[in-house]
Write a protein that binds this ligand. Structure first.
Ligand code: HEM
Length: 446
């Protein structure tokens, strides 16, 4: 029999034990003392205190829940945990989990203080979700209480959940006083040849990439973060991805929806990550050191057209074979492509406009990016065609790396006949948080 104040998993109710007498609901802003206006409360130092309190509320919950967390995890089908805290955010170097939920938010408040409190609450909650622990009660013991946690991932375990947050260039406009913190290399992506972008899947202020071994666990985290932000940010778009269309350290190469192995020549070593992915001391903004830049491109595939194409042309489109994933100049997946090799007819074996010929670092001034995309489907479109493609995600230390590759691909990639870039975003992904009490954007409110 459990003590009163615990639900059936032993997770403290309301996620905020011990609850101060006036109540500090996790889902709302920290309690406003009587007689002090909300505006006054969230001004200056008090806002920092409120943000700190928001972290403390959740962090205290985590500390006090360690035994309960172990209990929940032990009972779960997948108890693998990826550390949320660290030098870099999780979900970048982390070998891609099978499922993605990407959510991009528009910040609706004009108050820097409210933004600060939201980021503090999110950060603390993300740490908790990464351990597979709900924030707030799934089943409150008061009949009139609204559940703090929506409950659909209850007891499922952490499932290697990672939550990765980034800020769009729009966050550095005049709204929140962040303009002075905008990295010189950071701005909206330029237009590329063959772009077919829609406002629906383009832009936004903040993105959160949730990846997990289970789709429901990823969705649960995103849903509850969106719920927590309800008065401060709204969802601009979301993409659910599956079948990780990229390979990380130690992983076999999966396939994208065109049937090709995707991720064969992805960045996989720590040296490459240091060289191409992690922002270093070269940055003009110290708050970005250890971070990275995320490019998100929703790429629609013209599946019916692709499925009617003959195999030799499919090979020529990518410059690789379908089953083995070998370069057309080799036989094994990991054979190094020979972009200069010519056949008996005198033509290049890997056509110059093949996808890999244009994207390869050998032909691109040595530039590499970390690809971490996912397959997606949105069912069928308005005229009954399959609506599916690649939610392309790449991490790089400078967005210019993506720009240089996509400039070449957008202009002449043979693949363009079969794809359309319909959404786009670029996000500054800060370094990882140091521990409880730290939160995303903390340095930007100084
Ligand atoms: C729907 C769109 C796309 C599909 C289906 C696709 C598919 C593929 C495939 C099958 C490969 C060969 C295997 C591999 O090395 O991973 C590849 C390689 C690559 N792709 Fe893509 N890709 C797409 C979009 C993009 C975009 C937008 C970029 C960057 C702007 C990009 C950059 C690369 C790079 C850098 C490589 C490695 C090339 C090499 O070193 O050989 N891809 N892609």
């Amino acid at each position: 029999m459990r003590k009163r104040g615990k639900n059936d998993a032993g997770v403290p109710l309301e996620g905020a034990p011990p609850t101060p007498s006036r109540g500090v609901p996790l889902e709302g802003a920290p309690a406003t003392p009587t007689g002090i206006s909300r505006r006054a409360l969230f001004g200056g130092a008090l806002a920092s205190a409120a943000a700190g309190a928001a972290v403390g509320i959740v962090a205290t919950g985590v500390a006090e829940q360690s035994a309960e967390a172990a209990e929940v995890a032990a009972a779960s089908p997948n108890d693998s945990v990826v550390d949320f805290y660290g030098v870099h955010q999780a979900g970048i170097q982390t070998p891609p989990q099978d499922h993605l939920v990407l959510m991009v938010f528009d910040v609706t408040t004009a108050s820097a203080s409210e933004l600060q409190v939201m980021l503090a609450k999110w950060s603390a909650a993300m740490a908790q979700y990464s351990k597979g622990v709900p924030v707030g009660a799934v089943e409150p013991d008061r009949d009139q209480a609204v559940p703090g946690d929506t409950g659909e991932a209850y007891g499922m375990g952490p499932n290697a959940l990672t939550l990765t947050l980034g800020f769009a260039p729009s966050m550095f406009d005049s709204r929140f006083g962040w303009a002075k913190y905008k990295p010189a290399i950071f701005s909206d992506l330029p237009a590329f040849a063959s772009d077919a972008l829609t406002p629906e899947f383009t832009g936004g202020d903040i993105c959160i990439q949730a990846c997990a071994a289970d789709p429901q666990v990823a969705y649960h985290a995103i849903r509850n973060l969106a719920r927590m932000a309800r008065t401060t940010a709204t969802t601009r778009y979301t993409v659910q991805g599956f079948g990780r269309a990229s390979a990380g350290q130690g992983q076999t190469t999966p396939r994208n929806l065109m049937g090709y192995k995707d991720g064969t020549r992805n960045i996989k070593t720590d040296d490459e990550l240091d060289q191409f992915v992690w922002v270093g001391n070269e940055s003009d903004q110290s708050w970005m050191v250890g971070g990275s830049y995320l490019v998100a491109r929703k790429i629609h595939m013209l599946i019916e057209t692709w499925d009617a194409d003959y195999i030799a042309d499919q090979h020529a489109v990518f410059g690789r074979t379908k089953a083995a994933g070998a370069p057309l100049t080799g036989t094994g997946e990991f054979d190094t492509p020979d972009f200069a090799a010519k056949g008996s007819d005198g033509a290049l074996v890997i056509p110059a406009n093949a996808h890999v010929a244009l994207a390869a670092h050998e032909n691109n001034g040595g530039v590499k990016i970390l690809r971490r995309g996912y397959n997606f489907t949105d069912g069928i479109d308005s005229v009954g065609r399959l609506d599916a493609g690649l939610m392309f995600l790449s991490y790089q230390k400078d967005p210019a790396q993506f720009v240089s590759i996509q400039s070449r691909l957008g202009a002449s990639d043979r693949l363009n006949e079969y794809i359309r870039h319909v959404g786009s975003g670029v996000f500054a992904v800060p370094p990882g948080l140091s521990g409880a009490g730290d939160y995303f954007g903390k340095a930007l409110f100084a």
